[in-house]
Design a protein around this ligand. Structure first.
Ligand SMILES: [Zn+2]
Length: 133
C-alpha cells in the first residue's frame, strides 16, 4: 500500500511497532496473537500462534476439532482484517478480548448448532466444555 502511495507508512496500523506484512498481521502481531490465545484457551487446544496455519493443518485431533480450528482461524483472519481496516480508516480498534468474545459468540450460535450428532464420546465431552465456556 505504501509502495503505490495509498498509505504514508508501512507500519502495522494496529500495533505501530513493525512492518505490516501478511505474516505480521496474521499471528505475528501482538494484537492477533492475543485474539488467537483467547480463543485457544476457550477451545482448550493450545494453538501455536506464530505458525497458526501450518500448526492447525498438522495438528492431530479429531475431525470435529479440526473443523472447529479451521472455522476459528477463518473467523480470526476476517475479524483481524476488519479491525485492521477500522484502525486504518476510522481510527477505531476494539480490544482483542472483545474481538475474541465476538468470534466465540458467533461460533457458538452459528457453528455449534450445525454439528451433526451423534459424535464420539471424547468430542461430546469437549463440546460440552466449549459450549459452557
Ligand atoms: Zn502489529
Amino acid at each position: 500500500m505504501k509502495m503505490i502511495g495509498v498509505c504514508v507508512t508501512s507500519l502495522c496500523c494496529i500495533c505501530q511497532k513493525e512492518e505490516e506484512t501478511t505474516e505480521h498481521l496474521f499471528f505475528g502481531c501482538e494484537y492477533s496473537i492475543r485474539v488467537l490465545e483467547y480463543l485457544s484457551d476457550w477451545l482448550q487446544l493450545n494453538i501455536n500462534s506464530p505458525n497458526a496455519l501450518s500448526w492447525i493443518l498438522g495438528y492431530r485431533c479429531s475431525r470435529l476439532q479440526q473443523r472447529m480450528l479451521k472455522v476459528t482461524l477463518t473467523a480470526c483472519v476476517y475479524c483481524i482484517w476488519y479491525q485492521r481496516n477500522n484502525s486504518r480508516l476510522e481510527c477505531s480498534l476494539q480490544k482483542p478480548e472483545t474481538v475474541a468474545l465476538d468470534i466465540k459468540k458467533t461460533i457458538k450460535s452459528r457453528c455449534l448448532p450445525q454439528i451433526s450428532y451423534p459424535v464420539r464420546n471424547k468430542d461430546a465431552q469437549w463440546l460440552a466444555k466449549i459450549t459452557q465456556g
